[in-house]
Design a protein around this ligand. Structure first.
Ligand code: KG4
Ligand code: ZN
Length: 348
């Protein structure tokens, strides 16, 4: 089974060919980061216009890298929710046109479900067999979402906890801006923290127990307030470096994420635990997670960086699992939605 995935929910234009549910034959990701950098964040108007420019060549490249043509495909999958609406519409419209032109079934996919299924992906060249299985507990941490999802089966999800304010990635982005480190915040804070002391400043960790929800707004405000008091501190010659502040902030985020993950795993008795989404690329999170998984004897899925951040392979993978289970919606009448939950039943 060969499925073409198309992902245009934000500022990445991505297309991928996935074979037999999990083997990535090609995965092209064209990122617009440089174009949005001068603005300190993603400009939706620019993002959708660039999606329009890039979508056709990116899809062509994905097919050619996989060494196949349209006739070889069994289906097309496209992210239709959630995301920037203008960006989503480019992928959805392109996918509908391609499905019609080549007489292929088209499957709308929830971007969050895509991230969850990234744990199954394998490089086609290595031909590795499937090493992961359902059910599992999944911490989904991206720029727009932070949630703990109990993945019981394909399409059967229970959200055990979610952020009540900012997403973890959003907090990284906002704090990086406050620190003058640039955009996107996650990678620059990750890098800056290398030379910092994670225990330099005891930033607050929100604890909402017994709920498994998250909150990052208080931490973000604490960092900003700390920066405002910097002049005074410099006078007193107590001056932590930007690296110390970044590392201390990062440590607080990681601690909060892992504390709730551990509690959730305990609550449902999870043996298999996965962490996915852009923030799963964070090196400190990965390091502390590996330690925690070892201590708790979890089977851990932590996708390589290329499959943590937005990509179309995860979209094709999730669609393939749906196809196998007879859960794929394949008409051409679906819409795109800016807001959606992982377990929604809007479409697909
Ligand atoms: O999953 P993703 O690529 O897009 C969304 O669906 O949002 O996640 C993007 C987010 C951004 O907020 C970015 O700052 C964050 O992931 N991110 C990181 C790292 N790399 C990307 N956060 C922390 N550390 C990183 N190394
Ligand atoms: Zn994403």
């Amino acid at each position: 089974m060969l499925v073409l995935g198309i992902e245009t929910s934000c500022d990445e234009t991505s297309a991928a060919v996935v074979e037999n549910k999990i083997l990535v034959r090609s995965n092209i990701v064209l990122t617009q980061t440089k174009l949005h950098e001068p603005f300190g964040g993603i400009v939706p108007e620019i993002a959708s216009r660039k999606q329009m420019e890039f979508i056709a060549p990116v899809v062509q490249q994905a097919l050619s890298d996989a060494g196949i043509s349209w006739q070889d495909l069994d289906a097309i999958a496209v992210t239709n929710r959630p995301g920037l609406i203008g960006s989503l519409l480019v992928g959805v419209s392109f996918a509908k046109a391609a499905a019609l032109a080549h007489n292929l079934p088209l499957i709308p996919i929830n971007h969050l479900e895509g991230h969850v299924f990234s744990v199954f992906l394998r490089d086609a060249e290595t031909g590795e067999p499937q090493r992961w299985d359902l059910p599992f507990l999944c911490l989904l941490v991206s720029g727009g979402h932070t949630e703990l999802v109990w993945v019981k089966d394909v399409g059967d999800y229970e959200v055990l906890g979610r952020t009540r304010d900012d997403a973890a990635g959003e907090a990284f982005d906002k704090v990086a801006r406050a620190l003058g480190l640039g955009f996107p915040g996650g990678p620059v804070i990750d890098k800056a923290s290398e030379n910092g002391d994670p225990n330099a400043i005891a930033f607050p960790r929100a604890d909402l127990t017994p709920s498994l929800d998250f909150s990052f707004a208080g931490l973000k405000t604490a960092v900003i307030r700390y920066l405002k008091g910097m002049e005074e501190r410099l006078k007193r010659k107590s001056n932590p470096t930007t690296a110390d502040i970044a590392a201390s902030f990062q440590e607080a985020v990681v601690d909060m994420l892992l504390s709730n993950l551990e509690q959730a795993a305990e609550k449902i008795g999870a043996e298999r635990v996965a962490v996915v989404g852009g923030v799963a690329a964070n090196r400190r999170l990965r390091q502390k997670l590996l330690e925690l998984a070892k201590r708790r004897e979890w089977k851990l899925a932590l996708p390589p960086l290329k499959w943590c951040t937005d990509n179309a392979a995860m979209v094709a993978c999730s669609a393939s699992f749906r196809l196998e289970k007879g859960l794929a919606q394949t008409d051409l009448f679906f819409d795109a939605y800016a807001v959606a939950e992982i377990g929604d039943i809007k479409t697909g």
